[in-house]
Design a protein around this ligand. Structure first.
Ligand SMILES: Cc1cc2nc3c(=O)[nH]c(=O)nc-3n(C[C@H](O)[C@H](O)[C@H](O)COP(=O)(O)OP(=O)(O)OC[C@H]3O[C@@H](n4cnc5c(N)ncnc54)[C@H](O)[C@@H]3O)c2cc1C
Length: 413
């Protein structure tokens, strides 16, 4: 059996290792598109901060790890998939035949469509190469203008500030991390960042970028502009699926998969940031671009590829973010559901906030700021769809009682 995995990130690596265990005799090839040893993007913030070196980002630390497992790493880009001929065309002109194929190509930074976006000094923060470029330039006093304050935009701030840069953040909407936090939570995070010396301009989007020697000029319109040494564009991500054009694999926002993580073409599977799979709570298909999801899907796709049918229980929205030391998290239907109820507790001076969303007597979503101790419990209550019974009203009255509520539901189960 020849297994080909396109993508050497957490999903691809987990899949390759799972396949090796499940199918000791199989040929396993991982196509790595960046010319790097497989590494974890989520380690990049620690690299920027200087807590780890590049080797600390590697998914597996032992240099012979893949060779010992007889997993071949091929450094090339997949350019096309011939589903009739069962082969992947690579940028090095090789054609890789497969019996089972896994698409684990992850996502890449979305590109802003403004004049000047290709100028030197414009930077994303997604790959090891991006981190190297930022580290080469970011010094005390370096003027960084960052467009975007989503998950990645927030998580990299600590590394940037630790290098002494002068950081200004532009937020197109009124709210930071608006895909994960309600306005109250977002407002707390903004105030926290401002108190740490970050300038945040909401409802601001550049019209274009210009250059004067090494200096960039960020045009904010109406005669306003900002000077910058680095313009950091972190405005979201898009899945890497262009190489599948013409393959017959069904695509929505990502690669559409069923409960076994198989695509519309038998024998081809998808996992990780690139896969569009069903949400465990809503049943709706969506992308879920977080590492735990990539690892779990890589494992399940591999078992199915090895002929051991296993179903993916469904994705769960669960984001945990630390912004300059302030922990925040969002779960499930954190925006609430039609006809649902909500309760919240806010302590502005201590940057603590908890918002719970209910549907009937079930907790279906939550936003937390500064409440890191409740994360496991909230996840258990929401993902487990536990009925709260008498604890529903108690939580409505005092949302901070999630721990006793969880213990009650566990003993009632
Ligand atoms: C700075 C940063 C911080 C993050 N922090 C967190 C965090 O704290 N928690 C969390 O859960 N998530 C975090 N994430 C997100 C997390 O990194 C991703 O969800 C995770 O990497 C997804 O894994 P993946 O294997 O699906 O995709 P990726 O890790 O993106 O791996 C995909 C691989 O496929 C390769 N590839 C793409 N196209 C091709 C092609 N055509 N041919 C060959 N290879 C190809 C890519 O080069 C890459 O190596 C962070 C991301 C970033 C950038």
């Amino acid at each position: 059996m020849r297994h080909v995995i396109v993508g050497g990130g957490p999903a691809g690596v987990t899949a390759a290792e799972t396949l090796r265990k499940a199918d000791p005799a199989a040929a396993i090839t991982v196509v790595c598109g960046e010319g790097e040893v497989p590494y974890a993007r989520m380690a990049i913030p620690y690299l920027l901060k200087g807590d780890i070196d590049e080797a600390g980002t590697y998914i597996r630390k032992r240099p012979d790890h893949f060779r010992d497992l007889r997993i071949e790493l091929v450094h090339a880009r997949a350019q096309a998939v011939d589903t009739a001929g069962r082969a992947v065309g690579l940028s090095n002109r090789r054609s890789l035949p497969y019996d089972r194929l896994l698409i684990a190509t992850g996502s890449r930074p979305s590109r802003e469509r403004i004049p000047g976006i290709d100028l030197p000094g414009v930077q994303t923060c997604w790959t090891l190469d991006d981190a190297r470029a930022i580290l080469a330039k970011a010094r005390a006093g370096t003027r960084v203008v960052q467009m975007g304050a989503g998950f990645v935009g927030c998580i990299i701030m600590e590394g940037l500030l630790s290098r002494g840069v002068d950081l200004t953040i532009l937020v197109r909407s009124g709210y930071m991390v608006r895909r994960m936090m309600n306005p109250t939570a977002s407002g707390l995070i903004q105030r926290w960042c401002e108190a740490k010396g970050v300038t945040i301009l909401t409802r601001t989007q550049p019209k274009g970028l210009g250059a004067n020697g090494d200096e960039l000029r960020v045009d904010l319109g109406e005669g306003r502009s900002l000077p910058a040494d680095i313009y950091l564009s972190v405005v979201g991500v898009d899945p890497n699926l262009e190489f599948l054009a013409g393959s017959g694999v069904e695509m929505g926002h990502g690669v559409v998969v069923d409960a076994n993580l198989q695509t519309s073409v038998p024998g081809i599977y998808a996992a990780g940031d690139v896969a569009e799979s069903a949400n465990v709570l809503t049943g709706k298909r969506e992308l879920n671009a977080i590492q735990p999801n990539a690892v779990e899907q890589g494992r399940i796709a591999a078992l199915n590829m090895a002929g051991l049918p296993v179903r993916f229980k469904g994705g769960f929205v669960f984001n945990v973010l630390t912004t300059l030391g302030l922990a925040s998290s969002s779960f499930g239907e954190w925006q609430g559901v039609p006809g649902g109820e909500s309760a919240e507790v806010l302590d502005e001076t201590r940057y603590r906030y908890l918002n719970l969303q209910f549907e009937g007597d079930r907790l279906v979503g939550a936003n937390c700021v500064g409440f890191s101790e409740h994360i496991g419990v909230l996840r258990g209550l929401i993902e487990g769809r536990r009925r709260l019974g008498i604890w529903k009203q108690r939580l409505m009255d005092d949302p901070s009682l999630v721990m006793p509520a969880y213990l009650w539901t566990a003993s009632a189960a």
